[in-house]
Write a protein that binds this ligand. Structure first.
Ligand code: NAD
Ligand code: MG
Length: 401
């Protein structure tokens, strides 16, 4: 994407083989076909999907590709042997990709694994298009400080935060009374607790409005996604978490809202397609065309709203407790949830166990005395590891029960 001054942009995509990564590449292709763009790809990274990464390298000609799984080093070399591209393998190689000199970086790795690469790109002053919400949840203070100090822009990709970013008056934050995060309610919005108790992974990942990776889809089903987003919002925007509401809006047309002190409520709307928020971060502060369907409100007909059901979706309560506890608590919530989701997706535990395990870990976490603000990455990493250990124990206990 050309910057406003017409200079070519160098782009890196961390997590290029995922849902957000692929949407980003498809947008770049679309913009190029429209003659809108001047970009080159510096680096692409993936976890294990060598075939897709090699295919992307063939098409987009990055200078560097990295695969996180060190055991796949030779596979990547073989798959890209005919291309003029440097390769790397292992966690360090993904961090190397982030360190390379791109001026716009899409942070689209899923989970806490995205933290160190994102932080690396932030520290050298790149503009960060941030999809990876988990890295703000587990080390938001550290990541936002790094971006601020190095002078890059933090461009939220998550549709809710992207919506708020577009209507938030950063010059007068004291005139904002609250943020309203909208939530689709996920696939189990109308399910009874008994039905949810028997939900399968296939049912949990079948989101009614959005097509996304497996982890975030399960998070939408538990509504932990909205809990993580609440914590994410409190880091991105200068507003206290107590002034962030969650509103269920099943059509996913209003992507979130900002209420001002005079009673005005500003919203951003669009069809539920991540290519719109991604396009807005790609071109920011300009705009660029996106192939996403234009919103047709006559066809939509009705927009409805309801309060979230905290009884059936305890994840929202847990996220509020974690953000109020501060310090390492949000990171421990996130790590426990990641372990729970992975265990559910591999059929080791039941759907409702995800939140139950997360609650168990948070109870232990709340007995630790931690600093209210995390100042170092090491603290975040230690809390993440501790919560994973506790959650894994809880998974084993439940799987055996
Ligand atoms: P996905 O599972 O489709 O893709 C994840 C990407 O990360 C893949 O490229 C994968 O190879 C890579 N990856 C996974 N584990 C890794 C590891 N350990 N080390 C290095 N790379 C690894 O996920 P997604 O749906 O694209 O979501 C990506 C992030 O964006 C998540 O944090 C998610 O919460 C957030 N997000 C996604 C959407 C969406 O619509 N998909 C919307 C809002 C926010
Ligand atoms: Mg979202």
């Amino acid at each position: 994407m050309a910057k406003p001054d017409g200079v070519m942009r160098r782009i890196t995509i961390l997590g290029s083989t995922g849902s957000i990564g692929e949407s980003t590449l498809s947008l770049l292709e679309y913009a190029a076909a429209k003659g809108e763009t001047a970009f080159e790809i510096e680096a692409l990274t993936a976890n294990r999907n060598v075939a897709k990464l090699a295919e992307q390298a063939r098409k987009f000609r990055p200078k560097y590709v990295a695969i996180a799984d060190a055991g796949l080093k030779q596979d990547l070399v073989d798959a890209t042997g005919d291309l003029d591209v440097e390769t790397g393998a292992g966690e360090e190689a993904v961090i190397d990709a982030a360190a390379r000199n791109a001026d716009w970086v899409m942070a689209a790795i899923v989970g806490a694994a995205g933290l160190q690469p994102t932080l690396t790109a932030a520290k050298r002053g790149a503009d960060i298009a941030l999809a990876n919400k988990e890295c703000l949840v587990c080390a938001g203070d550290v990541v936002t400080a790094a971006i601020r100090e190095a002078g890059g822009a933090l461009l939220p990709v998550d549709s809710e935060h992207n919506a708020i970013f577009q209507v938030f008056d950063f010059d007068r934050p004291h005139r904002i009374s609250k943020l309203i995060l909208t939530a689709s309610g996920g696939p189990f919005r109308t399910w009874s607790e008994d039905d949810m108790a028997a939900a399968t992974p296939a049912q949990a990942v079948a989101h009614p409005n959005w097509s996304m990776g497996a982890k975030i889809s399960v998070d939408s089903a538990t509504m932990m996604n909205k809990g993580l987003e609440l914590i994410e919002a409190a880091h991105i925007f200068p507003i206290d978490h107590k002034h962030i509401d969650i509103l269920v809006h099943p059509q996913s047309v209003i992507h979130s809202m900002v209420e001002y002190v005079d009673g005005s409520v500003l919203a951003q709307l669009g069809s539920p397609d991540m290519r719109t928020p991604i396009a807005s971060t790609l071109a920011w502060p300009d705009r660029t065309p996106s192939p996403s369907a234009k919103l047709d409100l006559v066809e939509t007909g009705k927009l409805t709203f309801e309060a979230p059901d905290i009884e059936r979706f305890p994840a929202i309560r847990l996220a509020r407790e974690a953000v109020a506890g501060g310090g390492a608590m949000p990171g421990m919530l996130n790590a426990a949830n990641e372990v729970g989701v992975a265990a559910f997706l591999s059929d080791r535990i039941k759907f409702l166990d995800i939140a139950a395990i997360t609650e168990q870990v948070l109870e232990v976490a709340s007995r630790h005395k931690t600093n209210a603000v995390l100042t170092t990455l090491e603290e975040a990493i230690a809390a993440d590891a501790e919560a994973r250990r506790l959650a894994e124990e809880a998974v084993v206990a439940r799987a055996a029960a």
